[in-house]
Each structure stands twice: as structure tokens, then as C-alpha cells.
Design a protein around this ligand. Structure first.
Ligand code: APR
Length: 250
């Protein structure tokens, strides 16, 4: 069954004038960064209401930094995996227009993807909610976390989008332009549980695009929006697709 879906994805990539990708935490799990809603996901350990809402950060930044520090510790050690690298190769072959990612780990860029739209921000920049100062996280060691603003001593916040915060304007605009102008979207490693990111496949479909999911299991999109799903770990399925695309191009 998977071979059929994989072959279909290869043909769709060749047929498409413009292919985009929407990725979620599932693409980075095999790089050592847990996702959120699977069995061992981050939200099984930390209640998102208490650790991932902007009001929680404003009320108790030290407490939220306990979870942030754990995530940062995993992100700094993480390396791109064959799924990230496969998408970078597709872009290099001129067969992928952009990656819209909900992830903040920077692994798509590390894998060589050039056009990456960080829909939920990035862990790499820290901002002061009090005086607006910004700093690269690379200026701090893990021991110095949580980092204080050198200006006003307030605890800095990573530029990741917490629940209750708006999507960065430029990322939103670019993502919606890509979504409305593509004719294939590969939805990889996301439960499609969080809006507005989860709207992207629906919107692409409404604009006539084919929607193909790559996931370990079905999601809320599978029977309502997706044209088909490729079940299996993306570090296996994506390289398989890319190898077949490469072979067909030669
Ligand atoms: N290969 C393919 N899919 C995988 C793999 C894998 N190796 N491992 C996990 N998955 C799938 C899971 O089956 C699940 O559908 O990845 C998805 C991860 O879903 P979530 O944990 O909900 O992560 P995500 O969809 O990225 O969450 C969206 O929610 O908490 C917020 O801001 C956070 O960006 C995040 C958003």
C-alpha cells in the first residue's frame, strides 16, 4: 500500500508546477527532539496551559524556562535527519518551492533548505518583553539560562510563538502566498491540531492543490482534506520519495 502512495507522491511532484511542504514536530523526532502530542510528547510532561501560553510566561517566566531549558538542551544537540536533508535536496533540484515549518529548531536550515518560513518563530533569537532588546541565543551558554536582559534585567523570552501570541506577520503573509499559489502540499509530521497552521492544507485544497500527508498515523486531515497519506517514519519515506524522483530525472 505504501509503495502505491509513494509512487503517487513522486508523480505528483513531477506534475506540480509548485510544491510546498508543511512540517511539524514529527519531522524532528528522529533528531532527538520529542514532538508534543505523541505518547512521550512534551505535553505529556508539561501542561501547555501552564508552560506554553504567553500569559503563563508573563506570570511565571522562571517556571516556563524549566521547560524551555529542557527543549533548548535537546535542540542544541540535534542534527538534521534524512527527512530534513531529503527536503533540502528536493529544493536543490528545483522541485520544492518552500518549507513552511511549525518547528523552531532550525533543522531545515541546518539541512540546507533555503526558503524556510518559520510559522511559529525561532528559538535562536531571545527578546525582552519589557524593553524590546533582542539577543542571539548563541550568546548564552545553557548554564546561563534563563538569560536576563542585559538592559533591564527582565528574563528574556525566545522568539517562539506561544499560545495567545500572533503568528509573525511576515511568516504569515509568505505562508499564505505559498499556500494559495501551490498545486501540491506535502504535510509532514504534524497532527494538524493547532490553528492557523492546520488551516494551510485546507486552504491549499480549496485553491485546487493536491494534499499528501506523510505521518506515522492518520490525523484529523486524513479523511477530510488529504488526497492520500503515506504511513511510516518520514526518515524512511521522504528519502524513498527523493531517491525515486532523482532516478526518474536521470
Ligand atoms: N515520522 C512521521 N510522522 C511522525 C514521526 C515520524 N518519525 N514522529 C511523529 N510523527 C507525527 C505524529 O504522528 C503526529 O501526527 O508527527 C505529529 C506530531 O504532532 P504534534 O506533536 O501535535 O506536533 P505538531 O503538529 O508540530 O504541533 C503543532 O502545536 O504545541 C504546538 O507550537 C506547537 O508547533 C507546535 C504545534
Amino acid at each position: 500500500m505504501q509503495e502505491g502512495a509513494i509512487n503517487r507522491a513522486v508523480q505528483d511532484i513531477f506534475k506540480a508546477k509548485k510544491t510546498i511542504v508543511l512540517t511539524g514536530a514529527g519531522i524532528s523526532v528522529e533528531s532527538g527532539i520529542p514532538d508534543f502530542r505523541s505518547e512521550q510528547g512534551l505535553w505529556s510532561k508539561y501542561d501547555p496551559e501552564e508552560y506554553a501560553h504567553i500569559d503563563a510566561f508573563r506570570a511565571q517566566p522562571e517556571k516556563v524556562w524549566v521547560m524551555l531549558k529542557e527543549m533548548m538542551g535537546l535542540i542544541v544537540k540535534a542534527k538534521p535527519n534524512p527527512a530534513h536533508r531529503g527536503l533540502a535536496l528536493l529544493e536543490e533540484m528545483g522541485l520544492l518551492s518552500s518549507v513552511i515549518t511549525q518547528n523552531v529548531d532550525g533543522l531545515h536550515q541546518d539541512a540546507g533548505s533555503k526558503k524556510v518560513i518559520e510559522f511559529h518563530g525561532t528559538h535562536r533569537i531571545l527578546s525582552c518583553l519589557n524593553c524590546g532588546l533582542k539577543r542571539e541565543i548563541s550568546m548564552f551558554s545553557l548554564q546561563q539560562l534563563p538569560p536576563k536582559c542585559p538592559n533591564c534585567k527582565t528574563l528574556l523570552k525566545p522568539d517562539v510563538i506561544f499560545f495567545g501570541e500572533p503568528i509573525p506577520k511576515e511568516a504569515y503573509a509568505m505562508a499564505y502566498y505559498e499556500t494559495q499559489s501551490c498545486d501540491l502540499v506535502l504535510v509532514i509530521g504534524t497532527s494538524a491540531a493547532v490553528l492557523p497552521a492546520a488551516d494551510i492544507p485546507r486552504l491549499a485544497k480549496a485553491y485546487g492543490a493536491t494534499v499528501a500527508e506523510i505521518n506515522l498515523e492518520e490525523t484529523s486531515l486524513t479523511r477530510q482534506v488529504s488526497d492520500y497519506i503515506i504511513l511510516g517514519p518520514c526518515t524512511t519515506t521522504i528519502p524513498e520519495i527523493v531517491e525515486m524522483v532523482k532516478a526518474q530525472r536521470e
